[in-house]
Structure formats: C-alpha cells, structure tokens
Design a protein. Sequence first.
Length: 363
Amino acid sequence: MNVGILGGGQLGRMLALAGLPFGMHFTFLEPADAACAADVGHQIKRAYDDPDGLTELCELSDVVTYEFENVPVHVAQSIQARRSIFPPPEALRVAQDRFIEKSTFKELDIDVTPFAAVSSLPELTAAVGTIGLPAILKTRRMGYDGKGQFMIRTAADIDNAWSTLGPNDFILEAFVPFKREISCLGVRSRTGEMAFYPVAENQHRAGILRISTPRANDPLQAQAETFTQRMLERLDYVGTLGFEFFDLGDGRLLGNEIAPRVHNSGHWSIEGSRCSQFENHMRAVAGLKLGDTSLRGPCAMVNFISTAPSAAELSGMPGVHPHLYGKSPRPRRKIGHATVTANDSAMLQQRVDRLVALLPKQD
Ligand code: AMP
C-alpha cells in the first residue's frame, strides 16, 4: 500500500518506520530541506497547500494521513475529494481552534476549566470579571509548546497581556491548580474498533514535554478512556488521537487539548507497548486490525531538546533505546528521544535519572 503523509518531520519518520514492515511505501509532502522523514520515503518538496504538490501526493498514494495538526482544513478537504484521508478533516477543524475544541468537550460532557472567547481588550476585561484570576490568555489558533500564552495574575496584567499578544482571537481560561498532567492515547480503526494506551504522566519544562511515563492501573484510566472514546466517536475518527488532561487530584480530570495525530507523550510505546502508537495509527489508516496496546513492562520516554547525547554514549546505557531524528540541533527543537525500559519502577527511575543527568538543566 502507498501512503501519503502531509509533513515530513520526526512523526512522519516514525510512522513510516512502523508501516514499512507491513509492506507500505511512503511519500511525504514537506517543503523543508533536510526533512528527517526523507530517510524513509520519497519527499515532494512543495508547500502543504501547493496544488501540484497535492496532486502528486494523491497520485502516488492509496491513502493519505498527516503528522501535524496545522494542515489547513481546506487542504485536507481537497484531498478527501480525491483519496481517503484519515483522521477526517473535521478532527483538524476542532483541534485547530482552542475555543471550538473546548466547546466540543463541553458538548460531550467532558469536564473543562471555565473559558471564554475574547477578541478585544473590553472583552478581555469582561471575561476576567466572569472567569476570575489567575487566568491564562491563549491564542485560539496556532499555539504550541506554550507559545502565544500569557498568564494574567492580577487586574494590572490585563493591558500588558493584550499589548503583548494582541490583537488576535483568544480564549481566556481559568488557571487550573492541577496535581498532574496526563495524556491518553486512543486509536480507532476504519470499522470503529477502539483501543487505548495506559495513561501517561507528563513532565514539562519551559512549555516543552521532557519526560512521559505510562502508568499501569492508574486510578484515572477509566475516566481518561471514557473522555477519549467520546472524542473518537464524535469525530468519526480513524487513527491515533492524543488527549491531554489536567488531574485535579480529587478524582476529576479536566480536558485540556487534543492532538489529531500520534503524540509525543506516546513515544515510549515503540519499545514499551506490544504495538506502538505509530504502528496502530498505520494499521487504522490502512484499514487493518488494531494491535495490542498493553505495556511490555515499566518504561518512560525522555525527550532530547536542543541537544542530545551521542549515539556512542547512549549505546553504553542498559535499557536505553535511542531515537535520534537526524535533525540539526537548534534551541527548543526536539531532535530525538529515548525510551527507557526496566524490570521494575526503582530500576526505571535510576535509568531515567542517569540519562537526564547527561542533558542540560536549561535550554
Ligand atoms: P497548552 O498549549 O494549552 O497545552 O498549554 C501548555 C501548558 O501550559 C500545559 O501543558 C500546562 O502546563 C499549562 N497550562 C495550559 N493551560 C492551563 C490552565 N488553564 N491552567 C493551568 N496550566 C495551564
């Protein structure tokens, strides 16, 4: 089967690595030079909305998917008129706008922090009045890794927030004093079969995911799965979906955001699960049966941001499985990760600590 992917970064690369054993061939539509997915497939070096590029992608593909959520919805729809594209364009529409996303959570009875749409300074002042402080002002579209966000602690911050980020369309969200951030990866096949990975506990620094650890038998697994299942069904989804939650510490989860694609907080599944999030995404998109999402044993994922240990260093570390993406180092750039595996949680912690000690304390 020939698979087309919009985007040619590390997620595309890992999708292809998971699909190759099934005899799949990959074409990436990606304008960047030195795209790291080009090592494992054919690259069409054109913009994501370039008509000739899209025609070539469709001609070379039996089915199309994507590896980033900012694919313009009209581009996904234009592909849909010619080839099957999964996940459906509706998933992009919902995930690209934080206000539509959180409104969808509410419709589906997925708990969410109080929020309001804001498009002017007077609307911001009014929203602070209803939602209260502290609150976070976020751009509705195109925000990632904490970009386009401003924490409003006191009324004196309102003007500053607006002049720093505005004018734009925003969502104002009540600040959540969460205990943990967790994510649930769910996958749905073309026939509606669903499977869920164990929820992962996520540690961020400076707005970027650093460490993700799946928890077997987490008390909030059932709630996270229920919420993720509602989204999968509402979107008539096909593929892997990432759903990030705030754990309030009192048994309640609040939905934060979805990613209509494979997700960084599921990278441990390559060695840590019987079937990885990448393989399951490719199985779903290709119309195959889903694989087993259960854990092989204790594991965690450590991201390499800006810089990475050398292959030689990593090769000497027991239980450390490197994934270096072949990208050139740059500040705040994800250039690789490692899955750490162990026989028990104490050994896992020790191995994670040893790996983290090789990384810079700040970016
Ligand atoms: P986001 O881009 O919405 O995932 O936000 C990036 C990070 O900011 C999250 O992973 C949280 O650590 C933090 N954050 C976002 N929204 C809130 C909120 N409403 N309350 C508290 N922390 C938040």
